[in-house]
Design a protein around this ligand. Structure first.
Ligand code: GCU
Length: 346
């Protein structure tokens, strides 16, 4: 009888937890069954990926200091849904954090469109310096408050480059090609400006779409070749370096605002620490990915004349600035940072 009772409670707990995640019910409601507040983090990368390594560092930092109160749980591989779905869950508070590309945040705050602007940063040094300026970034991070979330920190996602079944040496080679881009209006416009047909879809669908011939290629960092296995179905990766789009740690606003001063400080420190860990891991894993793609997967790396691609998208930069006043200030700010690192070509 006792056993049956215990089992029923456990089943009830599991069911309400599952329903809670699906419906957006506050997980705090379950505090009577579990003393610790469970914090759920969703992301779409694998367990090995630098994002997961960073999230585990975030978890460890928090649990070492606040472990009696919080149990941080990381869900990789889009286990809680793709990035769009996970953002929705974070908005409602069904989960607490999601790692999302700024491209996925454009529809919530116009300022995020800036990162999709092709050739925005002149060098990796300028990119990192701009992103590490928290005083400047603070306003941007808070620009999604109305949508129910804010950003705590950024992560490196390298430079985005075209990869195709056939070699891309000049923008002419993109003519008539169907290329998957992120689900962002600015990325669609960029792809079209380069002469290709843009095919927006979620990241998880790309492998099959290439394999089945629905698209001719995609554009992403080198990790996509190995970690997402795109190098199995694509053999030419072309360094046109059209964008550097960061990933962001997005937090449910109510949760983060509900923390007391000391807890908030620890969560912010944990976020910064996770960025340091991620940056280090990124360099290491990208070097490995290139090696594996080239030597084990037979991918050829091409180094085209970047200027040819830059020429094609110059009018788009002007257009974006004219159409979206929200990006003017950050654009000027980044140009200033670019100037400080003059000569530092990527
Ligand atoms: C990169 C990026 C992800 C993004 C993905 C994509 O992997 O880090 O945040 O979702 O590209 O192209 O969709």
């Amino acid at each position: 009888m006792k056993k049956f009772f215990k089992r029923s409670i456990a089943v009830l707990a599991c069911t309400s937890l599952f329903v809670g995640v699906l419906t957006g019910c506050s997980i705090k409601d379950l505090s009577s069954l579990n003393e610790k507040r469970i914090i759920r983090i969703s992301h779409t990368q694998s367990e090995k990926h630098p994002i997961n390594v960073a999230m585990l560092a975030f978890e460890e930092y928090i649990e070492e200091r606040l472990g009696d109160k919080y149990d941080v749980q990381v869900f990789p591989n889009a286990l809680l849904g793709d990035v769009q779905k996970s953002i929705e869950l974070t908005q409602t508070g069904a989960i607490d954090f999601v790692v999302a590309s700024t491209a996925n945040l454009e529809t919530f705050s116009d300022v995020y469109e800036i990162y999709s602007m092709p050739y925005l940063f002149n060098s990796v040094e300028a990119y990192h310096a701009a992103m590490n300026n928290r005083d400047y970034m603070e306003n941007i991070y808070k620009s999604t408050e109305d949508a129910g979330f804010e950003v705590l920190t950024w992560y490196e996602s390298g430079s985005r480059n075209m990869y195709c079944k056939e070699p891309i040496n000049t923008p002419d080679d993109l003519k008539g090609k169907k290329i998957r881009v992120q689900q962002s209006p600015a990325s669609i416009a960029m792809c079209q400006a380069l002469g290709a047909a843009a095919s927006p879809m979620s990241f998880g669908e790309v492998y099959t779409a290439i394999q089945q011939g629905v698209i001719d290629g995609a554009e992403n960092n080198e990790m996509a070749l190995t970690d997402n296995k795109h190098g199995e179905v694509i053999k030419y990766y072309s360094y046109d370096m059209h964008q550097m789009i960061p990933d962001m740690l997005v937090a449910n606003l109510k949760f983060i605002n509900g923390l007391d001063e000391n807890e908030r400080k620890i969560f912010e420190e944990a976020a910064l620490y996770s960025t340091d860990v991620q940056l280090e891991e990124w360099d290491k894993q990208v070097a490995e990915a290139k090696e594996i793609a080239q030597n084990e997967m037979g991918v050829t790396f091409i180094y085209p004349d970047k200027a040819l691609f830059m020429e094609k998208v110059a009018p788009l930069q002007e257009e974006m600035l004219a159409n979206n006043p929200a990006i003017t200030d950050i654009y000027d700010y980044i140009q200033g940072v670019n100037a400080q690192f003059e000569g530092g070509e990527n």
